[in-house]
Design a protein around this ligand. Sequence first.
Ligand code: GLN
Length: 501
Amino acid sequence: MKNPFFVSVADFARGRDEGRFTLEEVTAYFLDRTRSLSGEIHACLSVNDNAINRARQLDNRLRGEKPPSPLTGYPLMIKDNLEVRDMPTTCASRILEGYRSLRTATAVSRLLSLGTIILGKTNLDEFAMGSSTENSAFGPTRNPWDPSRVPGGSSGGSAAAVAAGLAPLSLGSDTGGSIRQPAAFCGVIGVKPTYGRISRSGLVAFASSLDQIGPFAVEAEDALEALVAMSGADPLDMTTEGRDPEEMRRDFTQTSLSGLRLGIPAALFGEGLDNSIRERLADVRKGLSFDGVREEEIELAHAAMGINVYYVLATSEAASNLCRFDGVRYGFRAAGSANLREMYEETRDKGFGLEVKRRILLGTFALSAGYQEAFYRKARKVQALIRQEFLDAFSRCDVIMTPTSPTPAFSFGEKTGDPLSMYLSDIYTITANLAGLPALSVPAGVDADGLPVGVHLIGPPWSEGRLLAVAREISRRWPMPLPRVHATHGTIPGGKRGEEK
Ligand code: GLN
């Protein structure tokens, strides 16, 4: 399959403005590729029937006019827990069967107002609960590097879509690692912004105090472009702050590696970390030191408790957020119940999958009378300690580096029988959510089995521009080969990702 177009936003905008392709051609290319790979990758749950129409309309409007943004006409995919008016939003759950959104998430409508084109909605673990997409009610997504392995999760569909070249950009959500861990498994960049950077309005809530929307991209510049477009205060989400998004662009251009202080929490590079990942990271650290990066050893004494704290707080919030799915207002309703109570019970029993039920039970238990003090309140206290020790560490360093995940992409079924080992996949990513900090995963080459390895960078609040600047340097130094699926289905075009054969 031939794709003559582009990869990055900048190449796209140039090609578009020089009239080298129409937006309709671009959109049709990605939709065709998505359809032809749907069996092999299964990244997409629904395709946008209106995409071609929108592309045509934009083509007509652009004739002779200067487009308002480099993103005008840029195609993207959206995790299926983000609402887009008149499209289904399933959250990969049976309980939302037949539901069509009445509104568009603020983050998405900001991208749409610049003229982006939604190609479709991507697969995820049901209600974003999981680390592999194996909890999707519609079957898992497969990793474009090795179809016998998971793409990570919960935003596995969005990560796989970008890796497989089904879309040059996608959106995910991250509550405990759901953007960064799949980005690492699929060899792309994934960013979780500072809590409050991007409105959560229209994101189906999992754990509201931890959830953030963020982008997946191949190039750091493109992730930046999407972040700037989505950011800023929103009256529909009172936790958003009115920071100027353009600050990120400035930090991105002004940050250099020379003299950068890189915090290394030595304890997190110890036990439980796969050797292949440790070796890759050692190589990255050595390379960065040649560029003038200075390492500072830091201690994050409470980080080890992150998983425990997260599984109390996130499940408590989820138990309460998921009350709204009761068969009355949205989606699926069990038929033939004798009374209201039975209808609630049967709807929730048939509508929710196993992991979602487990989370609701855990959260309900943690919040129940008599246990609140022992679990929920204690977890909030440890969360405050974790946040404080990060802020203290940032007086000694500019960016903290850890692995994104303790292992590369694992095989299907490897962890499904053991929830605890699945929960441990997020051991490095969870603390950034608990502390509200921005963090990203950037690929830094592959391990001996040819699987991508992600480097995890965490920064102080509002430092996304700086983090992306470091990610840009890492991508330059450790360019990624193409995922295996490109060998059978052609490459996405353009310089850095390899030429069309
Ligand atoms: N894997 C973690 C969980 O299962 C994080 C999910 C997320 O970030 N949405 O809860």
